[in-house]
Each structure stands twice: as C-alpha cells, then as structure tokens.
Write a protein that binds this ligand. Structure first.
Ligand SMILES: [Zn+2]
Ligand SMILES: [Zn+2]
Length: 271
C-alpha cells in the first residue's frame, strides 16, 4: 500500500500528544527460518512487513519499513552473515531503511529510479493530504485522522525531519532471476499491477511465497497512480498456478494455500 503524495506540508499538531514507544519494531519467528518484523506504531495503512530469511551463506531481508527508526541497528543482534536486501517494490512503506543495507540492494528495474530519487514531500501526518485523497482512503476503511504514527520512537525524534533517504540499487532483477542464499534459493517473479516493479519471491522447494503488496491478507490496491489493474489480473492468474504452502505478504499476517486461492480468486472476480 501507499497513501500517495500529500498535497501540503504542515507537520501540524498531530504529534503533540503521542507517547514514546518502548519498542519500535515487533517480531515473530515463523517456520523455515523466517523472522517477520513490523512497526506496530505505524498507521494500519502503512504498517508493512519485513522478513529476514535465514540462509547458510547469506540471509535475505525483504523490504525496509518506514525508516522512522534504524532497522539496521534493530536487526544487528540477528545478523551474523552477509545480507542481501530485496525490495518488493518502491512504495514508501517498504523502503524507509533500504539505505542502511545499500551494500547489496536488489530490486526490479522498473522502480529503481524511485529508490534513487524518492519523493521529498512526504510527511508522517495525514494533515497535508487532500480531502479527496482522505475520502478515498476512508472509503477503503482506513482511519486518516492525525498522524501516520501512534507513538514516537524516542523523545528526541522530530517527525518533521523524517524523509525517505535515497539509495542506489546494486542489482536490478527481472522475472526468473535467482536470489541464492547458499542452501536455499528464491526465484524472482515479476508481478506488475499494484506497481510496475512489484516482485514476489518464490521458494519452490518449500512452497514459500513472499508476496510484497501483490498478495496479502487484506484489501489489495490497484488504484494508485502507478497501478495497472489489467497487468495485476495477469499477474494474479499466473500466481494462481503456484502450489504455495505459506505466503508472507507485504501487510498483515501470513497465510496458507486455502486463503491464498481465496484472495487471488476474490481479486480476479472483482475485475
Ligand atoms: Zn505496502
Ligand atoms: Zn505498495
């Protein structure tokens, strides 16, 4: 998901009464060496998942949250080998800390320029959003009052100073490329639709799919300026062929085959 670009730039009073969070990130260990990481104090609209996947020679980190707090520092105790950092796409809720892992940064070519030159007018409050944009988000069930965060990561944090920091991808991938961790390997599936450079990562040996914003257990978004519903439908028909065991989506909880088929069919039948 991503809310689009705010039309104004007033940090506003939304942050005045926010508490300070004890822990900015939340985690849960999932089967097959997967650590799910998320930011519980970020608005539901933008509360995206990150995944650290254990490999023999390298670990895989997928996505990078909002960049409100240092993901690198938080993950440090979990990191004992090189990390390949893959971005599922370049929306703001998935790239915030990408610059902290810029030594081995992988994404699809179609959105590389966004990562190199991220929008500089984003802010952590809905105050600057147009009434029309807020209406659209409200109709989709999102609370668009106040701040995009429900707590501050520390007493010294200044929400007005928050920016997405640019990073230069070190490797641009295309459909069929491999992310090799030594003892396990993920295939890149280019699944445009939500955004032009959206990718999923598919581990055929285990049936694990890391879905980004192409597939997760929630309202799938194909109405953003960079969305393409026709391409999305093609991507979904392709994904439908996969015999998944587990899907780790870009938002919300992970799920299995039955829910996967339901979500794919639900999307396709809505077209
Ligand atoms: Zn998202
Ligand atoms: Zn997105």
């Amino acid at each position: 998901m991503q809310p689009g670009t705010p039309s104004g730039s007033i940090p506003g009073p939304a942050f005045g009464r926010l508490p300070t969070a004890d822990n900015w990130f939340a985690i849960e260990w999932l089967p097959l060496g997967v650590l799910r990481i998320w930011e519980p104090h970020v608005s539901r609209l933008l509360r995206a998942n990150m995944f650290l996947v254990r490999g023999r020679d390298r670990d895989l980190l997928v996505d990078a949250g909002m960049g409100v707090c240092s993901l690198r520092r938080f993950l440090d105790p979990f990191l004992d080998k090189p990390v390949v950092h893959v971005l599922s796409h370049a929306h703001v809720d998935h790239i915030g800390s990408a610059h902290e892992f810029a030594g081995d940064l992988v994404m699809h070519a179609a959105e590389a320029d966004v990562m190199r030159n991220p929008p500089d007018d984003l802010e952590l409050s809905f105050d600057g959003y147009s009434a029309e944009k807020k209406d659209r988000l409200r109709q989709s069930g999102f609370d668009v009052s106040g701040a995009l965060i429900a707590a501050l990561p520390g007493p010294a944090f200044d929400p007005a100073s928050w920016r997405i920091v640019a990073a230069d991808p070190t490797r641009l991938v295309a459909d069929g490329d491999k992310i090799d961790l030594g003892d396990r390997c993920f295939e890149v599936l280019h699944t445009p639709g939500h955004s032009p450079g959206s990718i999923c990562l598919w581990e055929a040996d285990t049936g694990m799919l890391i879905g980004g914003d192409t597939i997760y257990d929630g309202l799938l978004i194909d109405t953003l300026p960079d969305s393409d519903p026709a391409a999305y439908a093609v991507s979904m028909r392709r994904l439908k062929q996969l015999e998944v065991s587990t899907v780790h989506g870009g938002h919300r909880e992970s799920f299995g085959l039955e829910k996967y088929r339901f979500l794919v069919d639900q999307y396709l039948s809505s077209k």
